[in-house]
Design a protein around this ligand. Structure first.
Ligand code: GAL
Length: 673
């Protein structure tokens, strides 16, 4: 079943952030932009993101003329506008007149006006001012034919420690702990170092000037910050929903943003979207790995709403904020766009359409460069991408079917960043999830990315790396899933603490999971970076690094054993038959090759459906939406992909009976015939 993002617009969106307010003194520039935009085969602009000081130059004085102009021109051209609320950057006058909107940092220093994404999410004044400008925008454009979707704010992030936020945090805690300080003290284990709290007013947000080692407090603070940001988003939506109830809303997320548990925002939005800036062509990681990492994030964003999403920002050439800002090689822009589409995106947008002349982003890639004409490598590539996308209306709204779920949980990021123990510098939770995702990408098997509260039932395989903390109900869900016939994979450092970061008593993994996995873990050996152990599985020796759990069998079968040190011979990989299903425990971190072999074996045993039958060459993946199979070559070489049946190129109608050739960075869309 199709589930399009914009109900009345049956095309893939190709757009860009557009900031005409920077060019109002040069109308001849704006005149050309619309022509360039149309000739690039683009059909969308995201506008208004940083327009507040122009649309409300003084409190209560409004001027929407530049937005009117873009909206009208987009409508004339049959395009759609992604209309932003401007809360991501407030005007000077607002901060000057109402200093409470300015943030206070964790050292309790009041910040000056500056930067962006820097307002207090609690401030009633800021909320009121934002609601006011949002209402004005909604009322002005509610019936405008170009209004496609709301872009609420911009990349929400950060936190504020002002007195208003402290008070809101205490209220949040009172609610969570039923107004009961004993409950809170138990959850925070606060008798440790004699930090028992006897009055709610003693509670302060974590600060390097004071309390920052009570992990329960830190975790609750992160939960509060996330909830408060989402609450701010909800407050932005009040006038929007009231005035434009039928216009969908999104906000642009950023990868694995540290401050917000995006899973908790999904209900508030109609569509998810995210800003994608991978380090293509970097000198540290192979191309296939950068591609797989990016693919995993796309999959996660698709899964939030389980329907197509937008890639709201990307660069058509380079960014300007990484240590090295390398140009994307020819074809990479197109491949990046198709990668997003192949994982479920129905919109591909850039930051930005016209490159700023001054300011911090003047060297950031854009569709139109300072040269001011269309005869550039970047423009031509965007134009030819646009031409291809025009032929893909049939794809709009089509979903993805996955038999595998990878569980990645935001609260575990917070905990792994905060706990004391294991590798204190970096515990590599996200890279570990990526390493477990990679074998599926490499084999062209679609994966859904869920958090631990997701529904496991539809999947043949659930992969749950480093599931350190388990929220209530997860243990039971895993038990029922495996008993009912599911296969689950756990790793080292899993099932260690409950939702308050309190260790499970009675051995790990917590509670009934010891029965499900048929093991218990007694200790974890943390290795120095140059330390190695080895593990033998099926006669092959793999290298163990960083972590080795020392486990005991309690019914599980050992499939691999450590080769060295005082735990030589002890199990390093186990499987347990439980009910109608199976539970695997990988006790060690490997250097990557073990995971590929392990999952490839499992793919065969579970007969997981590949998007393209047979083996794929290096750096190539196959992703699928409905009948459309996307063959993507992230490598630098021409590659022959063997085919086990006849396919047709959807765009050219060329038939491939045995094989098809992909140029470097090429994507072909195949359909079965
Ligand atoms: C994003 C931001 C854009 C632009 C872009 C540059 O994080 O939303 O406004 O700054 O980065 O890459």
């Amino acid at each position: 079943m199709k589930n399009p993002v914009l109900k009345d617009y049956p095309h893939i969106l190709l757009g860009a952030d557009y900031n005409p307010e920077q060019w109002l003194h040069m109308p001849e520039v704006l005149e050309k932009d619309i022509q360039f935009w149309q000739e690039a085969n683009m059909n969308s602009f995201s506008v208004g993101i940083f327009s507040w000081s122009v649309i409300e130059p003084e409190e209560g004085v409004y001027n929407f003329s530049h937005l009117d102009d873009v909206m009208d021109r987009a409508a004339e051209a049959g395009g759609k506008i992604v209309l932003a609320t401007p809360s991501g950057a407030r005007p000077h006058w607002l901060a000057q007149k109402y200093p409470e909107v300015l943030r206070v940092n964790e050292r309790r220093e009041k910040l000056l006006f500056g930067e962006r994404h820097n307002h207090c999410f609690t401030s009633p004044v800021y909320r009121e001012k934002v609601q006011n400008i949002n209402r004005r925008l909604a009322e002005r454009y509610k019936d405008h034919p170009a209004l496609g979707i709301w872009h609420i704010s911009n990349e929400y992030n950060g936190n504020c420690h002002c007195p208003l936020c402290q008070a809101a945090f205490r209220e949040w805690l009172k609610k969570k702990y039923h107004n009961n300080l004993d409950e809170l003290n138990r959850a925070w284990w606060s008798t440790f170092w004699s930090h028992t709290i006897t009055d709610w007013e003693q509670i302060e947000s974590p600060s390097s000037l004071g309390e920052y080692r009570v992990h329960g407090l830190n975790l609750d603070w992160m939960r509060f910050v996330s909830d408060q940001t989402i609450d701010f988003l909800k407050s932005e939506l009040v006038p929007i929903r009231e005035v434009t109830p039928d216009v969908p809303v999104t906000t642009n997320f950023t990868g694995f943003n540290h401050d917000i548990n995006y899973w908790r925002a999904k209900e508030v939005l109609d569509v998810t979207s995210w800003d994608n800036y991978p380090s293509w062509h970097n000198d540290e990681e192979p191309a296939c790995y950068v591609a797989a990492k990016t693919a995993m994030v796309h999959d996660m964003y698709r899964c939030f709403k389980n329907k197509p999403f937008f890639m709201m920002e990307s660069t058509p050439s380079c960014v300007n904020w990484k240590p090295v800002n390398k140009l994307m090689r020819p074809g990479m822009n197109t491949l990046q766009a198709f990668q997003a589409i192949s994982h479920g995106a129905d919109g591909v947008m850039y930051f930005q359409f016209r490159k700023s002349r001054g300011g911090m982003e003047k060297f950031h890639g854009a569709v139109i460069d300072h040269v001011g004409h269309q005869d550039t490598r970047v423009y031509r590539e965007v134009q030819s991408l646009g031409a291809r996308l025009k032929g893909l209306d049939e794809l709009v709204g089509v979903g993805t079917k996955s038999e595998v779920a990878l569980v990645f949980d935001w609260e575990n990021i917070w905990l792994f960043d905060d706990i004391a123990g294991y590798h204190n510098k970096e515990r590599k939770y996200i890279p570990t999830c990526e390493k477990h995702y990679y074998p599926f990408w490499k084999n062209g098997i679609s994966v859904d990315v869920l958090d631990m509260d997701g529904d496991f039932a539809p999947y043949k395989l659930v992969v749950m790396p480093m599931a350190y903390m388990l929220r209530p109900g997860v243990e039971e869900k895993i038990e029922a899933y495996v008993r009912g016939g599911g296969t689950i994979v756990f790793t080292y450092i899993s099932g260690i603490v409950d939702e308050n970061d309190l260790c499970y008593l009675g051995g790990w993994p917590g509670g009934r999971l010891k029965e499900v996995f048929g093991i218990w873990a007694e200790e974890t050996d943390t290795l120095y970076p140059s330390d190695r152990n080895h593990v033998e599985v099926d006669g092959k020796i793999y290298t163990a690094v960083d972590y080795c759990d020392l486990i005991h069998l309690r019914g599980a079968k050992a499939l691999g054993a450590y080769q060295e040190d005082f735990y030589a011979g002890r199990p390093a990989l186990t499987v347990n038959g439980y009910g109608a299903g199976r539970a695997y425990y990988i006790a060690f971190r490997d250097t990557g090759d073990f995971l590929v072999d392990f999952y490839e074996k499992l793919m065969t045993e579970l007969a997981l459906v590949r998007n393209l039958q047979g083996e794929l060459p290096e750096n190539v993946t196959a992703q699928r939406r409905g009948d459309f199979i996307f063959l993507e070559n992230f490598g630098e070489n021409e590659t022959v992909v063997p085919l086990h049946r006849t396919y047709k190129n959807y765009e050219t109608n060329k038939v491939y009976p045995y094989e098809c050739v992909l140029a470097p960075r090429e994507v072909k869309i195949l359909v079965e015939i």
